[in-house]
Design a protein around this ligand. Structure first.
Ligand code: 25A
Ligand code: L14
Length: 331
């Protein structure tokens, strides 16, 4: 029952992890096509023991595949996902282009796998910060209901692609060498700094990245009564997003019970032993497919509140792993 697979954006930071995740998770790949922009055409990438040449993505040469994993930015997805879908392929798209389309399921396999079945050719992979948050909050939602979420993110630079990783590395060197920095990918110096600005600002004072967490959380949990307020911050870390999350539940939930239900959730790891300085770090989550939760405590300022710290690898559970898990649902 092997599938013909395409990875669109194969040379990107997420695309590379999509290829690795297919191999690591032993996805039954019959044939694989790797596509990117014309700049990368001809470059060879490894898939298991085979060297595969990257092909330029072209409207007049859409490959015949069963499943296409897209991570080449929103504009490419908007244009090409329907062309792939029209040929009978299922597109799993990592960009923001289709996420809020009512005809497109937005899926985190541990949270709403049933939605994947309703697809009409395109399934959207949520935003990285949203994925790890709803992954951890789903058992709490099921047990006690959720009224309101207040979250601050500590997001690594890799979400913005290879060039952003290079920018953090080269700026760090420049600062240590006493040289001036020239921000390109980010609005300010990211080395030795935190920037409360990810994506464009909107009319309401929030950024696009922050509003994705509001809208996508409601769509994935299927509950428009949940209110969310987010502050998204870029930190000088290469991989892994941290999130300080305050959640107001409908029913009182103790920290002990929250730890218990989180520990029983697939692909969640509870690391919560403050006496031994045990809590998740970005370095804990790097290269791991799972979502880590710690610092779980009852909010002293309100009756039904919990605070926690959630960390996951944004390129894996936040992007490539979640996309391959969706493909697994289609098998
Ligand atoms: O619009 P959005 O949704 O906001 O997304 C914007 C960008 O964010 C990233 C991703 O960047 C995306 O393009 N992104 C999106 N969602 C993400 C998520 N959830 C996310 N990141 C993390 N989490 P990216 O740089 O990772 O990937 C870009 C890929 O898209 C390909 N592409 C661009 N234009 C295209 C196109 N493909 C087809 N047609 C087009 N017109 C792009 O291919 C890349 O694969 P490329 O050919 O431009 O190659 C990328 C260049 O990258 C450099 N490079 C590759 N490997 C390395 C490297 N540099 C250093 N070290 C490496 N190991 C090469 O220079 C190559 O030219
Ligand atoms: O919407 O710049 O999936 O870190 C996630 C990473 C948008 C960009 C998304 C970043 C992207 C974001």
């Amino acid at each position: 029952m092997s599938k013909r697979i395409a990875v669109v954006g194969a040379t990107g930071a997420v695309g590379a992890e999509m290829i690795s995740a297919l191999i690591r998770r032993r996805f039954p790949v019959g044939e694989i096509r790797l596509l990117a922009s014309r700049r990368s055409a001809g470059r060879k990438l490894d898939f298991n023991e085979t060297r595969i040449a990257v092909e330029a993505l072209r409207e007049d040469a859409i490959p015949d595949v069963d499943i296409a994993l897209f991570s080449a930015g929103g504009a490419i997805s908007k244009k090409f996902a329907p062309l792939f879908a029209k040929k009978g392929c299922v597109v799993i798209d990592n960009s923001s282009a289709w996420r809020m389309d009512p005809d497109v399921p937005l899926v985190v396999p541990e949270v709403n796998p049933q939605d994947a079945r309703k697809h009409k050719g395109i399934i959207a992979n949520p935003n990285c910060s949203t994925i790890q948050m709803v992954h951890a909050l789903k058992p709490i939602y099921d047990e006690a209901g959720i009224r309101r979420i207040v979250v601050a993110t500590y997001q690594s630079v890799s979400g913005a692609g290879w060039s952003a990783i290079m920018e953090l590395e080269s700026q760090t060197r420049d600062v240590l060498d006493g040289m001036p920095t020239k921000p390109q990918k980010f609005p300010h110096q990211i080395a030795f700094n935190c920037i409360p600005h990810i994506g464009p600002f909107l009319e309401n004072g929030y950024t696009e990245e922050e509003m994705k967490m509001v809208d996508e959380t409601r769509k994935i949990l299927g509950d428009d009564t949940i209110t969310v307020s987010a502050t998204a911050v870029r930190v000088p870390v290469v991989r892994g997003h941290g999130e300080a999350v305050n959640v107001q539940t409908a029913k009182k939930l103790t920290a002990a019970r929250a730890r218990e239900i989180l520990a029983a959730t697939p692909n969640i790891v509870v690391l919560d032993d403050p006496a031994n300085a045990l809590y998740p770090l970005q370095t804990t989550a790097t290269d791991d497919d799972r979502t880590f939760v710690g610092r779980i405590r009852e909010d002293i300022s309100t009756e039904c509140g919990l605070d926690m710290w959630i960390v996951s690898d944004n390129l894996l559970k936040g992007a490539a792993t979640n996309a391959v898990q969706i493909a697994e649902l289609l098998l």
